[in-house]
Ligand binder design. Structure first.
Ligand code: ADP
Length: 620
């Protein structure tokens, strides 16, 4: 007897399955069939690539046995099977970070939570929604010993050696008293059709049905054993587009995504002439949970002539399209392609290029609410694309959106350029910590006054790198407003004049602040604020914050320019101030409060507060 304790997280999960996830229980059938189909896929691949299995006269199949008398369902496959170690690792523990994330993400809303089951790869455990006695009898292809894994869904499981002829897995599920509804053929068939119709292998149901022979008095009704295929067993993507309805696509999406929502968009393409391949891609309405994790799982399955090859090749699409779910089926790759051959493969590179274009073109065409949904979920990934996918930069620039100083919501470059000065062909932008900081920035004042739109890029880490890389949008040039002169009506001579007039003041402030600032100067970009700070874009460190962050270092501070608004009463008074102590305090206050307006922190907060207190006391 080999009794084992479930890993703690699984214990938690099992409790959840048995006690709280009451809605949508039928999905356990989908989850088990999906596991069986994966196991058959794996053996199919071994048969093609491993000489040991070459001659076997085998074809994949799933068998569901409905046993009313025994109150049980059996779901059996002739797939790759599991050995003792696999059982321990796959069913007894969860290696993936998934379960913890799953438990953390539970909302308490039963319907939503059961939707999460598939996403987190805890499919097998869904069986405990309907059963307290589960046995997994399984034999791994190429090995002699079979094993039985059994559990009542509490804290323990047991693995013992058993005998079994064929490789593959049998899931024996004793149903709870109140779950008898799953013992009718009609119910099982409905569930299979709903979720697993396009699993590429036949799913056979075996059941007993009343059959009457003879007439009148002679009539005898007997239970007769019958078998019927429950699914269409066609690979959906291989069916011509014209024969498919939206429902077919949605159903298949749900079987891939393990969810029950509709996709935002699907695109089905068959490419012929030269290379031949079919792709079917879906864009989910809600980003996959693990999209922003380094260990995200790929959602693209690669097939060769309908034979499954792999679902963990993250190179099939560019990384920034990791939210796309779907299938690639190539006619040109050899059937016995090994996973190693897939690396740097020309055929795949060509498919990837074609697929990427198609997906981006489809995204570009999204309109209204769909476009908004897309932007809300995936805008940051599109920015990631801008700095990683040079070939598709133009398409990506047509998709990406930003907040704007003059508009509500998100605007595209096309929106911006349709409104902006078509003589100048300049796109103004500003990068900052948050939308609020950007909107309140003194640097915007001159643009607001002149009614010039500025794009507000509020994802600082990403935008700091991406914005300068965009450079141009068609004939338009992007301009960071912190690095250029503000729009105003003053001539260069007039500016020179003002600069001279305040030279004594700017020199004196520079003397107080020393090396902390690169230069103190007057500006015409401000209207209501007395001062602002702008970055030194000529510094070799400009725009390298992200690089330093990635190396785990904070960037050495680059000196800032302090700019003063010569029209502001405070600056005019400061120019005439005779008290040197107060002057020094004011110089620092001007600098530190300008930093605060840009979302930067004063270097010495205590000193900042003390200076304000001193100046305020004086003023009172
Ligand atoms: P997932 O299928 O998302 O990985 P599951 O909890 O459903 O999560 O299954 C865990 C693992 O157990 C699978 O990844 C697979 O390795 C193994 N497994 C489950 N069912 C079968 C089966 N019928 N045949 C072979 N292996 C299986």
């Amino acid at each position: 007897m080999a009794k084992h304790q479930f890993q703690t997280e699984i214990g938690q999960l099992l409790k959840l399955m048995t006690h709280s996830l009451y809605s949508n229980k039928e999905i356990f059938i989908r989850e088990l069939i999906s596991n069986s189909s994966d196991a058959i896929d794996k053996f199919n691949y071994m048969k093609l690539t491993d000489d040991t299995f070459k001659d076997s006269n085998w074809s994949g199949q799933v068998n569901i046995n409905i046993d009313e008398e025994d109150n049980s369902l059996t779901i059996a496959d002739n797939g790759v099977g599991m050995n003792e170690e696999d059982l321990m690792n796959n069913l007894g523990t969860i290696a993936k970070s998934g379960t913890k994330a799953f438990v953390e993400n539970l909302t308490g809303d039963a319907k939503k939570d059961s939707n999460l089951i598939g996403q987190f790869g805890v499919g097998f455990y869904s069986v405990f929604m309907v059963s307290e006695d589960v046995q997994v009898i399984t034999k791994k292809a190429g090995e002699d010993q079979a094993y039985k894994f059994s559990t009542d869904g509490t804290g323990e499981f047991e693995i013992v050696p058993v005998t079994k002829e064929e490789h593959g897995t049998v899931m024996y599920i004793k149903l709870k008293e109140e779950e008898k509804e799953f013992l009718t053929k009609a119910r099982v068939e409905t569930v299979v059709k709903k979720y697993s119709n396009h699993i590429a292998y036949p799913i056979m149901m075996h059941f007993k049905e009343d059959e009457t022979t003879g007439e009148g008095e002679e009539a005898v009704t007997k239970k007769v054993r019958k078998s019927e295929q429950a699914n269409a067993a066609t690979a959906l993507w291989s069916v011509p587009k014209a024969e498919l309805k939206k429902e077919d696509y949605v159903e298949f999406y749900q079987s891939l995504s393990h969810g029950d929502d509709e996709p935002l968009k699907y695109l089905h393409n068959k490419v012929e002439g030269g290379q031949e391949f079919t792709t079917l891609f879906y864009i989910p309405k809600i980003a996959p949970m693990d999209m922003n994790r380094a260990d995200y799982t790929s959602n693209i399955k690669l097939y060769v002539k309908r034979v499954f090859i792999t679902d963990d090749d993250k190179e099939l699409l560019p990384t920034y399209l990791r939210f796309v779910i779907g299938v690639i089926d190539s006619e040109d790759l050899p059937l016995n392609v090994s996973r190693e051959i897939l690396q740097d493969n020309k055929i795949l590179a060509n498919i990837k290029q074609n697929a990427t274009k198609k997906i981006l073109q489809a995204i570009k065409k999204l309109k209204g609410e769909d476009a908004d949904t897309f932007t809300a979920q995936y805008n940051n990934l599109i920015k990631e694309g801008i700095y990683t996918d040079y070939i598709n930069k133009d398409l990506l620039l047509d998709i990406v959106k930003y907040k704007s100083s003059t508009e509500e919501g998100m605007v595209s470059f096309a929106d911006y350029t349709s409104r902006a000065d078509s003589e100048k062909k300049e796109i103004y932008y500003m990068v900052g910590e948050s939308e609020q900081v950007l909107r309140n920035s003194p640097l915007l004042e001159a643009y607001n006054k002149a009614n010039i739109e500025v794009l507000l890029m509020d994802n600082k880490n990403e935008d700091t790198i991406v914005a300068p890389m965009i450079g141009e949008y068609g004939e338009w040039t992007l301009k960071d407003i912190t690095a250029i002169d503000a729009p105003d009506s003053k001539t260069d001579e007039e500016k020179e004049e003002i600069s001279k007039e305040f030279k004594a003041l700017t020199d004196k402030i520079k003397e107080v602040l020393g090396e902390t600032v690169k230069e103190v100067r007057t500006t015409s970009r401000l209207t209501s604020s007395p001062s602002c700070v702008v970055k030194d874009n000529s510094s070799p460190l400009a725009g390298m914050e992200e690089m330093f962050a990635q190396m785990g270092k904070t960037m050495p501070e680059t000196p800032l320019y302090l700019e003063l608004n010569p029209e502001h009463a405070m600056i005019k008074k400061l120019d005439k101030l005779e008290n040197d102590d107060i002057f020094a305090d004011m110089a620092w206050i001007l600098f530190d409060s300008a930093k605060l307006s840009e979302g930067l922190e004063p270097k010495d907060k205590a000193a900042f507060a003390a200076r304000i207190a001193r100046v305020a006391t004086e003023a009172l």
